[in-house]
Write a protein that binds this ligand. Structure first.
Ligand code: URA
Length: 435
């Protein structure tokens, strides 16, 4: 306890709708990280924050307190051939089939920009970037700070696990929020993401804020509020920050699942791949290159001339992976057929994410193993014509007893109608930047 502050008075302040003071926030984050505030108390405070919200000053204080709970990284002074390298990171609020980091990091690195992507593992229906890459035989996620710096100077891109000392308060809080129904809050999501990104020490940051059924905040107005809050937190902390609001009503690309998404990313790096994945990769790459001072660079050239694929191979090899070994494939597959003929109007991203998770691609508790081979392949996208009985999805798993649950999750997920859909929603809905 410090200067009359204790857990119950902090909880009561927020319960009654008053703003928390800077001292209360610093105290409660520090005390929770050390174990002096117990999870029951922190759960009550989090629920009060979900219901009552936070002012901008409180979000700022909460973010700073979480950064101060660990050590800050520093990527300044990275050099290649005598030139100082700019660092730019991308963060997505998470979605179904969102494999964009995989092709994006090597595309941007191929222009001489350093891309430190400190990533996480998946929980629930959204996949984790590290889980996807771990389906490549030999690839390892855990690197020391020295190895990260070294790889950024030699290769330009690193996708690896965030160290335990990067905003440890957020790590502990996020695990608690996940089991207490307190994830869905603009102040809590914004401070969680931005504490890690600011502590990571990147020069610039591009945020991909998802909107729609597969996103944490399906509602566009709330997603916009989240984007604006995160951009202003970044700018105030001296990080050049831009956000794109992007569609997550339909899954991205044609695959959801770890090895399946790596294979699709390789198609993009080879100059092919689904149009929506290519479009979003290029839109985010343009923002990152602009933030790194290269507004005229055309990222499409890196996909067309193989330079992004070269970076990908170097990045995988540097982390112990073999880019030439075939990816694991599921021992069991099953198909879901179209119940009627017509045009696909919508595919519920959340249902596809849940099906992939039920097939074994995701985990329900931190630390659980995931199946590299499990997931869903989509045979039709919105706008496509399908015939009754033709395949809509292929389900993939190592454990066929999971098929029934995955089929049930996909029940009603595909909206089919006799006429073509009106114009499909664009992938990039808006851009948030404070000049
Ligand atoms: N991702 C995070 O890192 N934190 C959140 O609160 C939600 C998504």
């Amino acid at each position: 306890m410090s200067a009359g502050i204790h857990a119950t008075s902090v909880i009561a302040t927020k319960r009654d709708g008053a703003p928390l003071t800077t001292e209360q926030i610093e105290w409660v984050i520090d005390a929770y990280t050390r174990g002096d505030v117990v999870p029951e108390q922190m759960s009550a405070l989090l629920m009060a924050i979900v219901l009552r919200g936070m002012e901008r000053r409180e979000i700022d204080d909460w973010t700073r307190a979480m950064i101060a709970s660990g050590t800050r990284m520093n990527f300044s002074g990275l050099r290649r051939g005598g030139e100082v390298l700019a660092t730019v990171d991308k963060h997505s609020t998470g979605g179904v089939g969102d494999k964009i980091t995989l092709p994006l990091a090597p595309v941007v690195a191929s222009f001489g920009v350093a891309v430190p992507q400190l990533s996480g593992r998946g929980l629930g229906h959204t996949g984790g970037t590290l889980d996807k890459l771990e389906s490549i035989p030999g690839w390892r996620a855990d690197l020391s700070t020295r190895q990260i710096r070294d790889q950024l100077e030699r290769v330009g891109a690193v996708i690896c696990a965030a160290g335990a000392d990067l905003a440890p308060a957020d790590r502990k809080l996020y695990a608690l929020r996940d089991v207490t129904g307190t994830v869905e809050s603009v102040p809590l999501i914004a401070s969680s993401i931005m504490s890690k990104k600011i502590a990571e020490g990147t020069d610039a940051l591009v945020l991909d804020v998802k909107v729609g059924s597969g996103a944490f905040l399906p509602d566009e107005a709330l997603a916009r509020q989240l984007a604006e809050t995160m951009v202003s937190l970044g700018v105030d902390a001296g990080v050049r920050t831009t956000a794109l609001l992007t569609d997550m009503d339909n899954p991205l690309g044609r695959t959801a699942g770890n090895a399946l998404e790596v294979a699709e990313s390789l198609e993009v790096l080879a100059g092919g791949g689904p149009a929506d994945v290519v479009e979003l990769t290029l839109a985010l790459a343009r923002e990152m290159l602009d933030a790194a001072g290269l507004p005229d660079a055309d990222p499409a050239t890196a996909l067309a001339d193989g330079s992004a694929m070269d970076r990908w191979r170097a990045m995988i090899v540097a982390q112990g992976g073999d880019p030439d070994v075939p990816l694991p494939r599921a021992a069991h597959t099953d198909e879901v057929a179209a119940p009627e003929s017509g045009f696909v109007h919508r595919i519920d991203a959340r249902a596809v994410g849940d099906a992939a998770w039920l097939l074994g691609a995701g985990r329900s508790r931190p630390g659980e193993p995931v199946q590299a081979e499990a997931g869903v392949v989509l045979h039709a996208k919105p706008g496509d014509r399908v015939c009754a009985g033709s395949p809509l999805y292929t389900l993939c798993t190592q454990t066929p007893e999971r098929f029934d649950a995955a089929r049930a999750a996909l029940e009603g997920a595909t909206v089919i109608a006799p006429d073509p859909p009106p114009d499909t929603r664009p992938i990039v809905l808006d851009r948030v930047r404070f000049e």
